[in-house]
Design a protein around this ligand. Structure first.
Ligand code: LRH
Ligand code: MN
Length: 390
């Protein structure tokens, strides 16, 4: 690891930011059980306070994405001011089309124009929240789909979807982006209407320059080479954001890098190799996770550290040696260059980064020693804990 590579890595890591999901600070679970935990946030203000702890100890998590209506408040200006007081800002605004009876057979794809209009109007509300909070990213995960062949006309649903998205796109301000997220199954089990990156890309290209694809690392069929998709979306200049998490089986929403740290490294290797890490490249690195059984704030701190570690390893790839080996068809030589970086212990480098940032070299231990977890467990009594199905 040359000193130049180290210096360049430190510089790039100092600019990296990771966006936290407000819903990670609420309770979550499965269809079997949503577990409560002592001190869990009870409203968006407390979620921001918890997220600010993650930024305080990691130094690289200055934004929090919100979910509407889960994070609805009377005064979004007040919420944005609260965020600013805490040293964070509001990131992407996520719409919610997956908890309304009217959307049983679809929302933006529904055969009934009134149902589609309701779903479009929901996005007008989300865009209004963006204007009130200074957010510039509207994130749409389309939960629409069908369960049985023949249940509906797949082509007709796509045409209705395209029209609905066009109407939402037309409401955006010039500085706004529409981030379109795909998912290969769930909550429908025959055909999702945006099941893969290609379908999301087709719709984004039809909409315009402000429409970008969101890649959620838990939304692919087992065995999918996700870093290839990353490369292709970067080639198309349409990778707008990641929803980072990890999975063993389905959309498990586990801590990013916990199930497959090598996959996260390979993804970040494509990001670094395609010059897409810097903020100017416009890729929003977001987490989308649920801490069903583990404490939320430490879970988010560990997640941010995992992304930093994968990024640091990718930044330590000797790109010149890699290109030379690839040019010469040196199969194992090229793979060795990558594995050398992956097998490098980057924790000392990240400790140095944190010293330079003026924060504790071990964010996880520093938070544990802060007493914040015990304080919120003591103080947050009464009221209703936030979360899925709350
Ligand atoms: C859907 C999804 C989407 C969010 C939700 C919380 O599975 O990934 O990004 O709206 O999780
Ligand atoms: Mn997601």
């Amino acid at each position: 690891m040359t000193t130049d590579l180290r210096a360049a890595a430190l510089e790039a890591l100092a600019q990296q930011t990771i966006e936290l999901p407000s819903w990670a600070f609420g309770n979550s679970g499965t269809r079997f059980k949503v577990f409560g935990q002592p001190g869990v946030a009870r409203d968006p203000f407390e979620k921001l306070e918890d997220a600010a702890q993650v930024h305080r100890y990691t130094g690289v998590a200055p934004r929090v994405s919100l979910h509407v209506p889960w994070d609805l408040v009377d005064d979004f200006g007040k919420l944005a001011a609260h965020a600013a007081d805490l040293g964070v800002s509001i990131g992407a605004i996520n719409s919610n089309l997956f908890q309304d009876d009217d959307y049983r057979l679809g929302s933006l794809t529904h055969a009934d124009p009134d149902v589609r209009q309701k779903a479009i109007d929901h996005h007008a509300q989300c865009i209004d929240v963006m204007r009130r909070t200074g957010s510039t990213d509207l994130k749409i995960w389309l939960p629409d789909g069908t369960n049985y062949p023949g249940q509906d006309d797949l082509r007709a649903r796509q045409d209705r979807l395209a029209d609905s998205l066009q109407q939402i796109y037309a409401m955006l301000d010039p500085e706004h982006r529409l981030l379109l997220e795909y998912k290969f199954f769930e909550p429908y089990f025959y055909a999702m209407d945006i099941p893969d990156w290609g379908t999301s890309l087709v719709h984004c290209l039809a909409l315009g320059e402000q429409a970008m694809v969101v890649l959620d690392t838990g939304h692919h069929a087992p065995g999918t080479n996700i870093e290839f998709i990353v490369m292709q979306l970067l080639r198309a200049k349409r990778l707008g954001a990641f929803d980072f998490n990890s999975r063993n089986y389905a959309d498990d929403d586990l801590i990013v890098g916990s199930a497959d740290p090598f996959q996260l490294f390979r993804i970040m290797n494509e990001i670094v190799g395609n010059d897409a890490l810097s903020p100017a490249a416009g890729v929003n690195f977001m987490l989308d996770q649920c801490h069903n059984i583990e404490p939320k704030i430490p879970g988010q701190i560990r997640s941010v550290m995992n992304v930093q570690e994968a990024t640091a390893k990718a930044l330590l790839v000797d790109r010149a040696a890699l290109a030379a080996a690839q040019q010469h068809g040196d199969v194992l030589g090229a793979n060795n260059v990558l594995m050398d970086a992956y097998n490098t212990d980057v924790r000392p480098l990240l400790a140095l980064l944190r010293e330079q940032q003026g924060i504790d070299t071990d964010p996880y231990a520093a938070y544990a020693a802060s007493g914040y977890q015990e304080r919120i467990a003591r103080e947050r009594v009464g009221g209703t804990q936030a979360g899925w199905g709350a």
